[in-house]
Design a protein around this ligand. Structure first.
Ligand code: ZN
Length: 710
């Protein structure tokens, strides 16, 4: 549970030249800048999610034929692991030097000066650490927030200086910059530190923040960076971590896990005026044993390892103690009955933990806002990192991507705190300093980058889709994801799930046969681990089962097969969903794909149509039984949609029998238009958003009066 040595990629000249070849229209110096930036960016122990930045000084010739010295520095919105030349805005170096001689500059003024002195007006905004890069008189500059470096930099200035001297010895010379918030002030502090350091100093330690190295070429700057980090890692590795005192562990069932995650989701919604949140669990041995230790409360309540993490994790995580299953749910069956007393007991317990955190956050806001002149507006006070005894690490955000970022950060935070305490005393940026970063307009602007301007109708919602890997289910998954929903796919084909997870944003999935209630229950548990709960279910999986020549001669096994998938499958899924929605307490939405079968049964399709008719009745039963919980239940009657359900040979035969081509068969409706999977997806979305509609049949069939409800 501490920091150990890693093997960092060596600088390979051939690879650097490959970058030059890859970007023939760009400056070679910038192409090589991309190469070592990518090397740094791919190591999570060096930088995480947009942390760190790099630069190169070069020249450009303008349209007027003038040659101008420029600083090409990482632009906001780009990450080092994937940055390309256009991610490096070019800013007039001469102008940056003039800016450095000013006495003061506000953040908006600083950004305005950067943006109005770029060579390309459409470039991204230069990093907030641009002036620091301009200040260093070397061609290449690398800056990271390496775990090992911050473990030592998160000490008092005396302690940090002493340890770095010991660790770097004769191998590297360094200067130390006391903690100042990134921006104009930090550049000034760094200037002072450099002025009093020897001219050939190798690197700069930014206390409570990170490392700067530089060189005449990309190779020397990168190699110095790796050398500094490796020396510290080796030093930390040679120290035995301080043993933690473990509290007894109480194992929980999957059912209790789901109760906890859905209760958290419901409480976050209650405490934020009805917004939806993703509550994501991260399997992490390191964090889990930290959480289980007596020392967790003390060690975790100090502050972030480097200040820019604050916008992702808030300054402090919330620690929840004593979450023991038997304290809330004493009998196995109670999970299957509606047990308001047990649910309420758990909800009150978690709410009181959240209330305490919120109260403390208000105090933190008020005292710090007073300090800065009362000009800030309080952000939401809800914790983003939950350290829950007997469980481990949960992260909470309005989208799954942000949960993952917060979890990644916390997985690096724990070993860094531990390492820091082994060699000295963890003493990171103070809560006042973290407040300044959290409420810094330039940091808040970072959060907005990468979010599309489109207003997401389902932001923070979780949708579970059965048969989600192809056809109507897949189109629905894509559509709901595009509206900001996290998507959990259930399908019978592994490759389809893998493809959805790889291509759909915020998507996870499970291989499940919906006719098996045990598998269904486990899939909902996995959805709770990934996203915390569920809001919308699209119960869509189905199979076509026929009885030829008629229902009287149906093979009972075939009828049972159809009932299992086309009826019981819907019930198993709805039941698992509704039990979680009830605990969550934020309402819910069940959507069934019943097709036209219950309304206008097809000849020889008895087993299919009968089961679908039962599912229509099921939809109505849920409306009757759960409307008081604000759980809505609706279905879609879609007809003749080209999906895997159709045996195309059979379609050809049927079409032929009616004197039609297959295409004509699909358009044989009143409007004469083919109904596509995307049209059905639109209908599901419409119903999901129609908050006052329940118990309805929504028809998407191009017009077929024989299938109209009557
Ligand atoms: Zn930094």
């Amino acid at each position: 549970m501490t920091i150990s040595s890693r093997n960092y990629a060596p600088y390979i000249e051939g690879d650097a030249q490959a970058f030059v070849a890859k970007f023939p229209d760009d400056d070679d110096a910038v192409a090589i800048r991309c190469y070592t930036s990518n090397l740094i960016g791919r190591e999570s122990s060096l930088v995480l999610h947009g942390g760190g930045n790099t630069s190169v000084k070069s020249t450009v010739t303008t349209k007027l034929g003038e040659t101008i010295d420029v600083l090409c520095v990482k632009g906001s919105g780009y990450n080092l692991d994937t940055i390309v030349p256009k991610g490096f805005p070019q800013v007039s170096l001469d102008h940056l030097h003039k800016m450095l001689s000013l006495d003061s500059l506000s953040d908006p003024e600083m950004v305005n000066e950067f943006r109005s002195h770029m060579m390309n007006a459409s470039s991204p905004t230069p990093s907030v650490e641009t002036l620091l890069h301009a200040l260093i008189p070397h061609k290449y500059v690398d800056h990271s927030h390496a775990d090992a470096i911050v473990a030592l930099a998160d000490q008092t200035v005396e302690s940090a200086t002493k340890i770095f001297s010991k660790v770097f010895g004769a191998e590297l010379t360094f200067c130390v910059v006391p903690y100042v918030m990134p921006g104009f002030g930090l550049a000034g502090a760094a200037k002072k530190a450099l002025e009093s350091a020897p001219a050939d100093v190798d690197c700069m330690i930014l206390l409570k923040h990170g490392l700067f190295t530089w060189g005449p070429d990309a190779k020397s700057s990168y190699e110095k960076h790796i050398k500094a980090v490796s020396l510290v890692e080796k030093y930390l590795e040679s120290h035995q971590p301080k043993p933690l005192t473990m509290r007894p562990f109480s194992e929980s069932s999957e059912k209790f896990f789901d109760k906890v995650s859905t209760t958290f989701r419901g409480l976050y919604s209650d405490l934020s005026g009805g917004k939806s949140w993703i509550v994501s669990f991260r399997e992490s041995d390191t964090v889990a044993s930290f959480v289980q230790s007596e020392e967790c409360e003390e060690l975790s309540q100090v502050g972030c390892i480097t200040p820019d993490h604050v916008i992702r994790t808030k300054a402090l995580p919330m620690v929840v103690r004593g979450l023991v299953e038997s304290k809330f749910y004493d009998v196995e069956e109670s999970y299957f009955k509606e047990t308001p007393e047990s649910d309420t007991k758990l909800r009150n317990y978690l709410k009181s933990a959240l209330d305490k955190y919120i109260e403390r956050y208000h105090e933190y806001f008020e005292s710090n806002n007073l300090r800065v002149g009362g000009i800030k507006q309080e952000l939401d006070p809800l914790p983003r990192v939950l350290l829950v005894e007997n469980f481990g690490l949960f992260t909470v955000a309005r989208d799954f991507g942000s949960c993952s970022i917060a979890a990644d950060i916390y997985e690096h935070t724990v070993p860094t705190i531990m390492a820091s305490n082994v060699v000295g005393e963890y003493n990171p940026a103070s809560l006042e300093d973290l407040f300044d970063c959290e409420y810094w307009s330039l940091e808040q602007a970072k959060l907005k980058l990468g979010q599309s301007g489109k207003s997401m109708k389902l932001k923070g919602k979780v949708v579970l889709i059965t048969g989600g890997g192809s056809g109507i289910g897949l189109e629905t998954a894509k559509l709901f994801a595009s509206e900001g929903s996290a998507v959990f796919i259930i399908d019978m084909v592994e490759e389809r799930i893998a493809s959805c997870v790889a291509t759909i944003k915020n998507c996870r999935g499970a291989l499940v046969d919906v006719s098996d209630p045990v598998q269904v229950e486990h899939a909902f548990h996995l959805a709770c681990r990934a996203f915390g709960g569920v809001d919308i279910v699209i119960s869509n999986a189905g199979i076509v089962v026929q009885a030829d020549p008629g229902i009287a001669s149906v093979d009972p096994a075939q009828l049972a097969l159809s009932m299992n998938v086309n009826f019981l499958g819907h019930q198993f899924v709805s039941s698992a969903a509704v039990r979680r929605m009830v605990t969550q307490g934020s309402g819910g939405c069940l959507l069934f794909n019943v097709s036209k079968a219950p309304l206008n049964p097809g000849a020889k399709l008895g087993p299919y149509c009968i089961a679908k008719a039962a599912t229509l009745a099921l939809m109505r039963q849920y409306t009757v039984d759960y409307s008081h919980r604000l759980i809505r239940s609706n279905c879609v009657n879609a007809d003749r949609v080209r999906t895997n359900l159709f045996d195309m040979e059979l379609v050809e035969k049927r079409a032929q029998a009616r004197g039609l081509s297959a295409d004509q068969y699909f358009k044989a409706n009143a409007l004469g238009v083919e109904v596509l999977s995307a049209d059905v997806a639109d209908a599901f979305l419409y119903l999901a958003l129609s908050l006052k509609t329940t118990g309805s049949i929504f028809t998407v069939d191009g017009g077929n009066i024989a299938a109209a409800p009557r």
